[in-house]
Design a protein around this ligand. Structure first.
Ligand code: PLP
Length: 809
């Protein structure tokens, strides 16, 4: 792109406002400016999008398709400007026209088409694919309602619908001509062809139209624009008049139309939790059928190869088991439409699919009732049944030692279809998302599958795009880094390691200190505006932001806060560095315990924040509606990154990486990618505490831990639990009793009490380290230096070379 100046951009903005909106700059609102600027950015993107697609066609490159029920992309204007190389110029132009870029960017709806880490990972991967010149695209669903908007009312979470498409969304293009038909229900008829092969025909199916909306995925200053294709469900409008006649009653039935549109109606708000609703199953098949049809159509149009050679040009990554019906769907099309025989179709299919496992939590395991699947997708069920038969037979005949295990390996067992088993059997690669997680899969969770298919299993530790999470979210820090080590790190994030050379340079550490403090001031302002609470910007900003889950142990964190509060009440003059505990977390609407924890955090906040006795040494802030945009505000200001999951439970975590990259020190358990952070930075640059995964798994297997012993022997713990039981924090004396019971009567399944004391001690160490400013800053810079390893660019390179076998074009 030719050098665009702020003056030039100002002219274009002025013209755009007149042409598109019929107004002058002096009358324009932030929203008018947001649209004007977005359309200008689109003008830059579109020619490159066209060029990229054309060059992929010409080069006949192998493509990767990333299938995911979630893409948590957040806002796009600022990141598109950044990747187009226009961000600085745009900020300048906006300011000169009298606008604050921050307010203009904030006019965009945050696209919350995901729950948490899994969806955000998909978004980071797309950014890295495009930025590294890889031919890779995303397929997802264009939910009309994204993840609910969270409000906190009287301490309780209240969910509001997220109708993010209310205003027009400037980044999408509807591609009606590429719509495909998806079929549900109906009957399958089997015929014998003349050559003796079988033919399957479907009758009386319910047809749904899948209409794609394309969103450009802009590479960083490289003119590559890949595609995120989101499918929207609409009624099929029959063209021919007779059918119209027949269907008149049918389509007058608005109920039916509504039920079709419901398929892309909303995102299920459960994170790491299986929801066995039929509508969810419909959504899954809707995504995979439209995507696989589209992928095959493109393959046939783009290559003069038979579909039996699909794997030379196509690889499909399925993000968790949610899109695993893609495997039988591929089989269906290859056999019923492309007329391949079973063995050929199976060979093609198992060379095309790769599966990522995201969790070992039992409540997240997807299994569908056999009848539900059979009724909704009769042909797909037949194919799964056949895959299962053949798989079980092969164990029976080839692996005598596993014969007893067939019920635990079978894809269909006890009336349920096990999606992870289908995904493993039907793909050539199975990966976990951090080293420990992959080891647990191999040694425990998927042990027998590992013994059957050792060659399929591999690890790909998650990553985050340093472009959004450092360059864009923390431009001040990015500038200081560039000032010190030059700009090469932006293209090669591992070069952040050069910062180590300067990690004892006092003058330099002071610069890092200043940036962190400015970011803390900005967050303190935001907190004041949104909660009315004044926080001390010199206090330790201790941050836990992530979905609310028992295994993530926000409860442990708030217990620590209650402990500190109790201590301060007893001895208000004790020497303590002021702390600000910052929380952000959405709970699944039906997750009762999680909602109780949110209420507890807010209740503790409402007591602590207004208690004059403690002299402002403690503040507790719950920021409502945690999403990507809020993460971008909080992370640059974090001093301590709370990553305190019960060991073995957090597959990887990516929030840990984002905060590390912004100079926060991890205080966490040996779980997920925390372990790999620890490997890199060493004991002295991270605060590790608590049970290890082996210890946790050992307790689960052998018992040996009694929560009541701790309650009975540790006065601090007893005090807190009694405060909950006696309603000391509640408006009624029953409030928070359930948390008390959950711990003492269910024997503390997440080891909150067991890890309590080491957690306190580790916090004391952290506080002491924080007071030693140079040591702390050195730790902080050391963390930034090593964080390049967690750029999703690195992760994507590994997927590309080890799994996908695709080349940069
Ligand atoms: C990164 C991110 C997550 C994942 O956070 P974890 O701490 O890894 O669970 C969830 N939600 C949002 C909005 C994020 O940006």
């Amino acid at each position: 792109m030719p050098q665009l100046t702020a003056n030039h951009l100002k002219d274009r903005l002025v013209k755009r406002l007149i042409i598109d909106r019929g107004i002058e700059v002096s009358d324009a609102t932030n929203k008018d400016m947001y649209y004007a600027l977005s359309y200008i950015v689109n003008d830059e993107i579109m020619p490159n999008w066209f060029k990229t697609n054309k060059s992929y066609g010409e080069k006949q490159a192998k493509q990767v398709y990333y299938l995911s029920m979630e893409f948590l992309i957040g806002r796009l204007l600022e990141s598109n400007l950044l990747n187009c190389g226009m961000l600085d110029v745009a900020k300048e132009a906006l300011e000169e026209l009298g606008f604050h870029s921050e307010f203009v960017f904030a006019e965009e709806r945050d696209a919350g088409l995901g729950n948490g880490g899994l969806g955000r990972l998909a978004a980071c991967f797309l950014d890295s694919l495009a930025s590294l010149h890889y031919p890779g695209h995303g397929y997802g669903i264009r939910y009309r309602y994204g993840l609910f908007e969270q409000r906190i009312i009287h301490g309780n979470q209240v969910e509001l619908p997220d109708y993010w498409l209310k205003d027009s969304y400037p980044w999408e293009t509807r591609k009606e001509e590429e719509a495909v038909v998806i079929q549900f229900h109906g009957k399958v008829h089997m015929f014998k062809r003349n050559d003796g092969s079988l033919e399957f025909k479907y009758e009386n199916t319910d047809k749904v139209l899948a209409v794609p909306y394309d969103i450009p995925v802009v590479g960083y200053k490289n003119e590559v624009v890949n595609t995120l294709r989101l499918w929207s469900a609409e009624p099929v409008l029959e063209q021919n008049a007779e059918a119209m006649e027949e269907n008149r009653e049918f389509y007058r039935d608005l109920d039916h139309q509504h039920s079709i549109e419901q398929i892309s109606g909303f995102l299920y708000p459960d994170d790491s939790n299986y929801e066995g609703k039929e509508l969810r199953l419909k959504q899954q098949y809707f995504l995979v059928s439209s995507s696989i049809q589209n992928i095959l159509k493109k393959f046939k149009k783009g290559h003069r190869l038979p579909v039996s050679r699909l794997s030379e040009k196509v690889v499909i990554q399925i993000n968790d088991t949610h899109p695993s019906l893609a495997i039988p769907e591929m089989m269906r099309i290859l056999m019923d439409e492309e007329r391949l025989d079973w063995d050929t179709a199976w060979e093609v299919t198992t060379k095309v699919f790769a599966y990522t496992n995201h969790t070992t939590l039992s409540e997240a395991l997807e299994t569908w009732p056999q009848e539900m699947l059979q009724n909704l997708l009769p042909r797909i069920y037949m194919i799964i049944d056949e895959i299962n038969e053949r798989f079980c037979k092969s164990i029976w005949f080839n692996y005598e030692e596993l014969r007893d295990k067939i019920p635990e390996l079978a894809i269909i067992a006890h009336g349920r279809v096990h999606m992870a088993r289908l995904a493993i059997v039907g793909s050539f690669s199975v990966n976990g998302v951090a080293r420990i997680h992959t080891e647990i899969l191999k040694k425990k969770e998927m042990r027998d599958f590992y013994s059957l298919f050792p060659e399929k299993f591999n690890n790909k530790t998650n990553g985050i795009t340093h472009r959004r999470w450092l360059l864009q979210a923390n431009p001040k820090l990015a500038d200081v880094i560039t000032e010190v080590i030059g700009p090469q790190w932006i293209k090669r994030p591992k070069q952040l390691i050069s910062l180590l050379k300067y990690s004892n340079d006092k003058a330099l550490l002071e610069k890092f200190n200043r940036v962190k403090h400015e970011n803390k001031k900005a967050l303190a302002n935001y907190i004041h505006q949104h909660t009315g609470i004044l926080v001390d910007d010199q206090s330790i900003f201790d941050v836990q932001i992530k979905r609310l889950h028992e295994y993530k142990r926000q409860l442990l964190n708030i217990f620590h806060v209650i402990y500190l509060y109790n201590e301060l009440k007893e001895n208000p003059n004790q020497d303590m560095t002021p702390h600000t505990f910052i929380f952000g977390a959405k709970a699944a609407p039906s997750y009762y315990v999680a909602k109780e924890v949110i209420k507890l955090i807010n209740t503790v906040a409402s007591i602590v924040n207004y208690d004059k006795d403690i002299q402002g040494k403690l503040k507790v802030i719950f920021l409502e509606n945690y999403n990507v945009s809020l993460a971008e505000k909080i992370i640059p200001a974090a001093d301590i990154s709370e990553q305190i999951s019960t060991a073995s439970k957090e597959a990887s975590g990516t929030g840990n990486m984002k905060m590390m990259m912004n100079g926060a020190i991890t205080l966490g358990t040996m779980d997920g990618a925390n372990i790999e952070i620890h490997d890199l930075v060493g004991d002295s640059n991270i605060f590790i505490f608590g049970l290890t995964a082996d210890e946790v798994l050992h307790y689960y297997q052998n018992g040996g831990y009694n929560a009541r012993d701790i309650y009975n022997t540790d006065d601090r713990v007893k005090r807190i639990l009694d405060q909950l039981n006696q309603g000391e924090f509640g408006k009624h004396d029953i409030e928070f009793k359930d948390i008390f019971y959950n711990i003492l009567y269910h024997n503390d399944p997440y080891f909150v009490l067991k890890d309590f004391e080491p957690y306190l001690e580790t916090h004391e160490l952290a506080e002491r380290a924080y007071r030693d400013r140079l040591t702390w800053l050195n730790m902080s810079v050391t963390n930034i230096a090593y964080s390049g390893k967690f750029s999703s660019d690195q992760t994507i390179r590994e997927y590309a070379t080890d799994i996908w076998k695709i080349k940069q074009v």
